[in-house]
Design a protein around this ligand. Structure first.
Ligand SMILES: [Zn+2]
Length: 306
């Protein structure tokens, strides 16, 4: 099974090409290209005549083009990377990127350039940003016990991107019209990004600290399990991760995770209703690929630099 999985993985990487470079350099260059991060240039004048609240009411995810979604995603990913830098270990980044690309390939969305990274914080969490940016914390990676668990965590985040949950969440949190500003300014983008970057950053920060709708979390769990199974992994990977969360109540490394997600217990119950013995055949054949996981994550735990 392992050999089959690796062969399939190699094929998938060939098929999806090099655009989705999972390396540290790839993530950084894609973040910095076409976007000036920071304050200063191009604030939208406050007297520009916008009526954001009225307009926002009508704004939905379908009003946001893939290009705009990517722009919003870069900004949101920059917020996350501003909070914690990428782990400086290329072997670990490459390993997590390979697993992520393989799981994401199951969604058959070649229009999305997926980027995966491990950020250097002891807090336990994983995040997605619109457009295909996915980050897992070192604290979570070090607590996982095998590749199927890593695949499950990444698959949940991939599902958030596929369902555009973060775009939806940002629209509903955007009280200043930052996204409307982005849409309005897109036509003039040849003259530079003149929308209010600071305002969009605040929207992203607000969403990452308050979390998505609970229903979106349950949906990401369901879709994530399907993607993991399609990728050939043990379908109970997510259940094991949630059990680990449930056993960690009171651990302050989990504070933000617990504050932004339904309780592990309720997610486990929802998952049990969904799985209901349906994936038992896959459990016996599901890949673990433990050696590769131990090599990469063991190196991280020892503090090795790749
Ligand atoms: Zn989630």
């Amino acid at each position: 099974m392992k050999r089959t999985l690796l062969a399939a993985l190699a094929t998938a990487l060939l098929v999806t090409g090099c655009e989705s470079n999972p390396t540290v350099g790839g993530i950084m260059s894609s973040l910095s290209s076409g976007l000036t991060i920071g304050s200063g240039s191009g604030s939208m004048p406050s007297d520009s005549g916008f009526q954001p609240l009225k307009t926002l009411k009508a704004l939905t995810t379908t009003d946001i083009s893939p290009e705009q979604e990517l722009q919003i995603g870069r900004e949101a990913a920059a917020v996350l990377l501003g909070a914690a830098p990428l782990v400086k270990n290329e072997a670990v980044q490459r390993y997590v990127g390979n697993v992520g690309q393989w799981v994401a390939a199951q969604a058959a969305r070649p229009d999305i350039a997926w980027h995966f990274g491990v950020i250097d914080t002891p807090h336990v969490n994983a995040f997605a940003a619109p457009g295909g940016f996915i980050l897992i914390t070192r604290g979570l990676l070090e607590r996982l016990e095998g590749e199927s668990e890593l695949a499950a965590v990444l698959a949940h985040e991939i599902a958030h991107v596929l369902q555009r949950h973060y775009v939806k969440g940002m629209i509903s949190k955007d009280r200043t019209g930052a996204i409307i500003g982005l849409l309005g300014e897109a036509a003039a983008s040849s003259r530079g990004h003149r929308y209010e970057i600071g305002a969009l950053t605040n929207v992203a920060k607000g969403l990452y600290s308050s979390g998505l709708d609970k229903d979106d979390e349950y949906q990401a769990d369901r879709i994530g399990v399907v993607l993991s199974v399609r990728a050939g992994y043990d379908p109970y990977g997510l259940a094991r991760v949630l059990q680990m969360y449930a056993a960690s109540s009171g651990d302050e490394s989990f504070e933000l995770l617990f504050g932004t997600h339904p309780s592990p217990q309720s997610r486990l119950e929802a998952l049990a209703r969904m799985i209901d013995g349906r994936f038992d055949a896959f459990e016996r054949s599901g890949a673990q690929n433990t050696a590769a996981f131990d090599r990469a994550v063991g190196r991280l735990k020892r503090g090795g630099r790749g």
